[in-house]
Design a protein around this ligand. Structure first.
Ligand code: DON
Length: 310
């Protein structure tokens, strides 16, 4: 059954999940993110053709934050291959918060356990090819333009600067990784690229379209042209299942069972293999940094349309 044809039910599900926003809190450790309205929830679903949006302002823009980690991972795998990427970053979940430093020291070698935690993402961003920050960011943006079909996507300068100015923990992680030869080069330039990458601004529609490509063997939303090689689309979907919702990934797999990636802006990108792409925005977060109402909405969607892959 086409979910897009069920717009009345989608409206009801969004309305019901909206109640959960009051149990969450907008992220404020990146000062500019605290401007978001916590009482917002929107959803876009893409099944090919056109998006069907059920509720909320689906044109509202928000930043990718950690959702960008999936995209940079795909680009790094395409740039330098599996062997190069996984020489510097592991494939295992941590069970720790996304910005934790602890396992870098307790594990030997000091290689981040996976590309979805901040330490692992910094290592992956360091692999993007190009000779300047602008060139690397330009390549990443072009890739996102191709995935979404939306060439107007850019990064939000205010949010990037706000994160760059306050990224004390990420700076510590990056310098630690440099000490252990996981990253090389100028760390301040790496942080500039990473914070700009996290501040790339999208709508739910854009997220749903990116998710659709990842869900459907890496093929372009309308032309079916391959954008991400099949084996790379598989790798990133697998990380979305095992690490995409951080230390809530296990429970999320049981309750929802759809490869998904969250960000502290409140976005969630969910890719149902050989099915729809789903984009959600709800900036009120739970304690683990996932959109509280967004998770609830995905749970309801998964049950109603039998979306779990398990
Ligand atoms: O590096 C950070 O802390 C943010 N730019 C991204 C973290 C994030 O989105 C974690 N998500 N749940």
């Amino acid at each position: 059954m086409s979910i897009c044809r069920d717009s009345e039910a989608l409206n009801v599900m969004v309305k019901e999940a909206l109640h959960f926003t009051k149990y969450g809190k907008v992220a404020d450790y990146i000062p500019a993110l605290s401007d978001a309205n916590p009482e917002t929830l929107s959803l876009a679903i893409y099944e090919g053709g056109s998006t069907c949006a059920s509720a909320g302002d689906t044109q509202e823009m928000f930043t990718l934050q950690s959702i960008s980690k999936v995209i940079t991972l795909a680009l790094a795998l395409m740039d330098i291959g599996e062997e190069g990427v996984f020489a510097k970053v592991g494939k295992e979940p941590t069970g720790d918060p996304f910005n934790s430093i602890i396992k870098l020291e307790t594990h030997s070698p000091s290689k981040p356990l996976n590309p979805m935690i901040n330490a692992g993402a910094l290592a992956v961003t360091n692999m993007i090819q190009g000779s300047t920050v602008d060139e690397k960011l330009g390549r990443l943006l072009s890739f996102i333009h191709e995935l979404t079909g939306n060439t107007s996507i850019q990064y939000n300068e205010k949010i990037a600067q706000s994160e760059y100015d306050t990224a004390y923990l990420n700076r510590s992680l990056a310098y630690f990784l440099k000490q252990h030869d996981v990253v090389d080069g100028n760390i301040e330039l790496l942080l500039e690229l990473y914070t700009k990458q996290c501040a790339i601004e999208v709508s739910c529609d854009d997220l749903a379209k990116m998710a659709y490509v990842i869900a459907n063997e890496g093929r372009h939303v309308s032309s079916e042209r391959p954008i991400i090689p099949l084996h790379i689309a598989r790798i990133i979907k697998t990380f979305m299942v095992t690490c995409g919702m951080y230390n809530a990934s296990g429970e999320f797999a049981i309750k929802v069972g759809v490869p998904s990636k969250s960000g502290v802006s409140g976005g969630i990108m969910a890719a149902v293999p050989y099915g729809p792409g789903i984009g959600i925005y709800g900036p009120a977060l739970d304690q683990k940094g996932n959109s509280i109402a967004g998770m609830k909405l995905l749970e309801t969607l998964s049950q109603r349309y039998n979306l779990s892959i398990f």
